[in-house]
Design a protein around this ligand. Structure first.
Ligand SMILES: NC(=O)c1ccc[n+]([C@@H]2O[C@H](COP(=O)([O-])OP(=O)(O)OC[C@H]3O[C@@H](n4cnc5c(N)ncnc54)[C@H](OP(=O)(O)O)[C@@H]3O)[C@@H](O)[C@H]2O)c1
Length: 460
């Protein structure tokens, strides 16, 4: 059977992992497909330098993981140089290449990547992308244009790297009606939280260590402030609920305020803390959030440690299913991209069924996103105060004024009366009431910093 040809644009983490798998595993892939999947074009702005480096053995002695990744890419690029493979710094040459059937967009971001996908669609090439940011922002519209052009689009690697969660939602459990979806979707945040939990170190010191080890970016905001997880939840919730979701529909809060002592209190309550991506269907609509939350230590999600990701889906019929794996990294994400390339190649070779966009809000949309202030939950409230009599009484009075029932007050031993921490937990109430109570409490001059609230996810 005739080969299917691939053009890869972007040879960073994901591009290099994809290229390595496509070359190292070519034989198995061909046997599985029944035809060859061949790389026909490679593009990155520095590919000319890479090409030179590939012939220069000294380049391989440079230190650090970045270099071994570059060396591996160089090796793969060098291996392909002898064949009829286009190596170019201009992505336009790849999307216009007459022999390329599928374009892999592995550049990232929302500007050039969008132009690349638009260019591929204009040239009637199918597209595989790992781009969560772009797909969360305008995936539905890109899919509509791809379908109109009669080409295929695949985006498995855009959420939770090595976990095939798109296939699960589009195929595996598509017969169910999803009611709730929980995810731990940012490996960097999960790594930081579990390190704070294990070692009692501060957020700043764990972040610095993560940056030194290459687990966190120099600018960590997308990870620790929740924006990366928000893009992923926007895509998953759109697929799971058949609703139009944009990142701005998702209440987002990062992990910067988490202290080691929050884990001590959480453990006392039989809980731990994770950055939880949550989508709940309620009678009035979908409530979507990315925020640190207390989850019971007994739940399977609490066992998700380090840079791992997990997704828990609850359906009306099939009830609970759970998916776990590496959320990022060259090889796990490369597997997702290569598997997408295989899926699309199979379709190109074996005939295409009528395509239907996975962004199905025009056909399905039942539960519109509603504000998180309508959410009902138990809450953990943590205070740091300058000690003096009557503090608990004045905070309890604020809660009572908002009809919020206090559940417990916890105070671990502390020898610093000028920065005394304690925790109040409250029975389920609305997010709106908690926000009003916190705003009122913040006026008290005994507070060292504004009170900090996290929901306690009891339904897990
Ligand atoms: N890293 C992960 O584990 C992971 C996991 C899941 C999804 N993703 C997604 O995968 C995508 C790629 O991420 P990554 O981590 O691989 O990024 P990366 O390491 O920064 O790689 C990006 C690549 O794009 C190339 N590039 C940038 N601008 C270009 C242009 N105008 N023309 C051609 N090439 C260009 C860069 O090389 P030059 O500078 O030489 O051009 C580089 O090779 C992103 O959408 C990301 O969100 C990443």
């Amino acid at each position: 059977m005739q080969e299917v040809h691939v053009g890869i644009i972007g040879l960073g983490n994901v591009g290099s992992g994809t290229l390595a798998i496509l070359t190292e595993n070519a034989e198995q892939i061909a046997l599985k497909l029944g035809f060859q999947l061949r790389v026909k074009a490679l593009c990155s702005r520095s590919i000319v330098t890479n090409k030179a480096a590939a012939t220069n053995k000294a380049a391989a002695t440079n230190k650090a993981a970045a270099t071994s990744k570059a060396a591996a890419t160089n090796q793969a690029v060098a291996a392909l140089r002898n064949g009829s493979v286009l190596l170019t710094a201009d992505w336009r040459e790849v999307v216009a290449h007459p022999e390329v059937d599928i374009v892999a967009e592995l550049v990232g971001g929302t500007s050039v990547a969008r132009d690349i996908i638009d260019g591929a669609i204009a040239h009637k090439k199918s597209v595989v992308t790992a781009n969560k940011e772009l797909m969360a922002q305008c995936g539905a519209e890109i899919w509509d244009r791809a379908i109109a052009a009669g080409i295929n689009l695949a985006m498995e690697a855009s959420v939770a790297g090595g976990i095939p969660i798109h296939s699960v939602l589009r195929e595996g459990i598509s017969g169910d009606r999803v009611t709730t979806l929980y995810g731990i979707l940012n490996g960097t945040s999960n790594y930081i939280l579990t390190e704070i939990e294990k070692h009692g170190s501060s957020f700043d010191s764990v972040l610095q260590e993560a940056q030194r080890l290459g687990y966190a970016e120099a600018d960590p905001s997308a990870d620790v402030d929740g924006y990366d997880a928000r893009s992923k939840l926007a895509i998953l919730a759109a697929l799971a609920f058949g609703e139009k979701i944009t990142p701005s529909d998702i209440y987002t809060e990062g992990i910067r305020r988490i202290l080691p002592l929050d884990f001590q209190y959480a453990h006392k309550l039989g809980h731990t803390i994770r950055l939880i991506c949550a989508a709940h269907q309620t009678f009035s609509g979908l409530i979507l959030s990315v925020r640190p939350a207390l989850i019971p230590q007994s739940t399977i999600l609490a066992g998700v440690q380090g840079a791992y990701n997990a997704v828990w889906v609850r359906g009306k019929y099939g009830e609970d299913t759970f998916y776990y794996g590496r959320g990022a990294g060259a090889a796990p994400t490369g597997v997702a991209v290569v598997s997408d390339l295989m899926r699309v190649a199979r379709e190109i070779r074996c005939g295409s069924p009528e395509r239907v966009s996975p962004f199905a809000h025009e056909r399905l949309g039942e539960y519109k996103p509603i504000p998180v202030t309508l959410q009902h939950s138990a809450y953990y409230l943590r205070f740091r105060v300058v000690d003096r009599p009557g503090i608990i009484a004045s905070l309890a009075a604020v809660l009572a004024g908002k009809q919020i029932s206090l559940e417990a007050v916890l105070q671990l031993p502390s020898d610093n009366p000028r920065d005394l921490p304690f925790v109040i937990t409250v029975e389920p109430t609305s997010e709106q009431s908690i926000r009003e109570a916190l705003a009122e409490m913040s006026a008290h001059d005994f507070l060292v910093e504004p009170p900090f609230a996290m929901p306690m996810e009891k339904s897990l």
